[in-house]
Design a protein around this ligand. Structure first.
Ligand code: FES
Ligand code: CO
Length: 327
């Protein structure tokens, strides 16, 4: 499965503690996350190779992961280094638990289940390196929808007047102006996406016309960029919201947003609350969509001219050979 060779977010960095393992799940695989003696994140199959107990129920002892059942200890990389019932025994290299590649970025821990011939990169999030912008993560949200359905919802402006009436749109102004869609090296880009929003952010006092670009930067990652109005003091700023999704099963997902914003006055909680308000408006509709997997056959659902970005996203998933969360 091509998805196994990609990087996926599995937890917030600060949730992976130094002294306690954390269970996570990715692409139908149970994973245990923990930190070794150097604080480096580790990701193993969450099943002990001795008698199959869940390693995430164990503990971290002297920089090793200890199984809750018979106390076997595993070092970073997966090698078994201690079998308490046979203290003098030195476990051979074959006595190990399968480990996965791990990285930390964007406030998240990322895991890749399988090595690829071609080194795969983390999905791009340009605002990360912009020192002017403040970064705040929101989530996780556990959503009973496939990752591609959630990405598609994020790319879609024509639901604003209904799902976000009075916030991101109005049911009395629902027309979507033509926007441009083009493929990129890593995904799909939509530019010139305009909307009149009653409450486009937490400081809005009146409706504003906003212009966005939407970019799919990996099969389960999308980035929204806000283009400031001409002549405003924010000219040149490029605030972004990253949507990072962990495909847990084909029909369930764990979701984080990363806000990169020029708002330094609001508290983290205020920024999260606004994002939360919007997402919990989306969530029930998202969870109601059937089939839960995103149909890639263009004849399976009906489309309008406003759906050009979603159609481009579906073609991109198909071209990538994605099979998890699509049908
Ligand atoms: Fe893990 Fe026995 S099942 S040590
Ligand atoms: Co929405």
């Amino acid at each position: 499965m091509i998805e196994n060779t990609l990087w996926h977010p599995v937890a917030l960095s600060h949730e992976v503690l130094n002294d306690e393992p954390l269970s996570a799940a990715l692409l139908d695989q149970a994973v245990v996350l923990w930190r070794d003696g150097d604080g480096a994140p580790q990701a193993f199959v969450d099943r002990c190779p001795h008698r199959g107990a869940r390693l995430s129920m164990g503990r971290v002892e002297n920089g090793h992961l200890e199984c809750p059942y018979h106390g076997w200890q595993f070092a970073s990389g997966g090698q078994c280094v201690k079998i308490p019932a046979v203290p003098d025994f030195v476990p051979p290299p074959s006595q190990c638990v399968r480990s996965f590649a791990v990285k930390e970025a964007h406030g998240l821990v990322w895991v890749r289940l399988q090595d690829a011939d071609k080194a795969s990169e983390l999905p791009a999030f340009a605002a990360e390196t912009d020192g002017h912008l403040r970064k705040v993560n929101c989530g996780p949200y556990d959503v009973a929808a496939s990752a591609p359905r959630i990405i598609e919802n994020f790319l879609d402006m024509s639901h604003f007047g209904f799902v976000h009436d009075g916030w991101l749109g109005s049911r009395h102004a629902t027309a979507i102006a033509t926007y441009k869609v083009e493929p990129t090296d890593t995904g799909v880009l939509a530019t010139g996406c305009k909307a009149v929003q009653p409450q486009s952010n937490l400081h809005s006092t009146s409706a504003a016309e906003v212009e966005y670009t939407y970019e799919v930067t990996a099969p389960y990652t999308a980035v929204l960029t806000k283009i400031p109005e001409e002549g405003t003091s924010r000219q040149g700023w490029r605030e972004q919201i990253g949507l990072f999704i962990c495909p847990v099963t084909p029909e369930t997902s764990r979701v984080w947003f990363r806000l990169a914003v020029a708002d330094f006055e609001s508290s983290d909680e205020q920024l999260r609350d606004f994002q939360h308000t919007i997402f919990v408006q989306d969530q029930p509709v998202l969870e109601s969509q059937l089939p839960k997997a995103l149909p890639l056959d263009p004849r399976a659902e009906m489309h309008s001219a406003a759906d050009r970005m979603s159609s481009a996203y579906r073609r991109y998933l198909k071209a990538c050979g994605i099979t998890f969360g699509v049908c």
